[in-house]
Design a protein around this ligand. Structure first.
Ligand SMILES: [Fe+2]
Length: 308
């Protein structure tokens, strides 16, 4: 059986103490029965809040319509597991707009669900046209690593931190084309962002691996260039190939390279508080309950070796 961690064991992020949670799962609908049937194989559940409501858009009088049946599931999860929130709609890198209604919604949800931390990606999904209609790209579009963008995103993270009293983490993104003439590397951008705002880093090892495969760099170099004391959470996942590119599709189990990178990283991240396994529900047929348990146990073995 998995080891239950002492709540006295904490990670640190500047003035914040953060509980070392252990091994987590990113929630998807195929996990409802797994989490009931196998309590204790994961220590926390990470949720994507946007899954639990319909967003009718900023011009709608009751914009966020919570989905009743899903909210019931969420309350059940909250009673059984500590929760963390992995957001997809802060849209940190949207030029010219920051969605304060979304921030307010998250503030209300944090009061209700007490997230141990929350996070979003170094990217954007929202764009507005001249008529201020909402448009959503539907996937995380990478930002240029320039100082102007850095200042804009830092301002938004500071606004999030002022509104929601739980640590905020930024996740390294996947990109399929190299933007030319950027002023910073992705690692320098993340380090500067963390230093300017005291945000933590969510190191998605599979995203690093995906970029390394597609752009031909050494993923260990990338990891070493980060200020690793800022890493609070790690994501692990699987992917697959599409049209000659390797994608971050969360297509079932982690490939061997991700496990090797996890082993490489774990001794270097003293403030790590959780390792989250992500898979997309459409790959449940590849995972089944035994496959999920296998990934969680493997992650726990690595975690226990370095972080208990
Ligand atoms: Fe991730």
């Amino acid at each position: 059986m998995p080891q239950i961690l002492s709540p006295a064991t904490v990670g640190h992020l500047y003035d914040k103490t953060i509980p070392k949670l252990g091994i987590g799962l990113l929630y998807n609908p195929s996990l409802e029965f797994y989490l009931e049937a196998y309590p204790g194989y994961c220590d926390y559940v990470e949720i994507i809040p946007d899954m639990f409501w319909t967003d009718h858009g900023s011009n709608h009088p009751s914009r966020f319509e919570e989905i009743e049946s899903w909210i019931k599931v969420l309350h059940k999860l909250a009673a059984q597991y500590p929760l963390t929130s992995h957001n997809i709609s802060y849209s940190l890198g949207s030029a010219g707009i920051f969605d304060s209604a979304y921030l307010q919604k998250m503030q209300e949800w944090h009061q209700q669900f007490k997230f141990k931390w929350h996070s979003d990606h170094l990217s954007f999904v929202k764009v507005h046209n001249d008529q201020h209609q909402d448009h959503n790209a539907g996937l995380a579009v990478p930002v240029p690593y320039d100082y102007e963008v850095l200042d804009m995103i830092a301002g938004r993270i500071n606004a999030i931190k002022r509104s929601i009293d739980t640590p905020f983490l930024v996740e390294n993104n996947v990109y399929f084309i190299d933007l030319p003439d950027q002023e910073l590397s992705e690692t320098s951008f993340l380090n500067e962002l963390s230093n300017e705002t005291s945000c933590g880093l969510l190191l998605d090892i599979h995203n690093v691996y995906t970029n390394a495969v597609n752009h031909g760099f050494d993923p260990m170099d990338f990891i070493r260039q980060l200020e690793l004391d800022k890493v609070i959470e790690i994501h692990i996942a699987g992917g697959n190939e599409l049209g000659g590119m390797y994608t971050d599709s969360h297509a079932g189990p982690c490939p061997p390279a991700v496990w090797s990178l996890l082993e490489y990283t774990l001794p270097l991240v003293p403030n790590l508080c959780g390792i989250t396994f992500e898979f997309h529900e459409s790959y449940f047929h590849l995972m089944q309950f035994d496959g999920i348990t296998h990934e969680l146990n493997k992650a726990r073995k690595a975690w226990n070796h370095y972080h208990t």
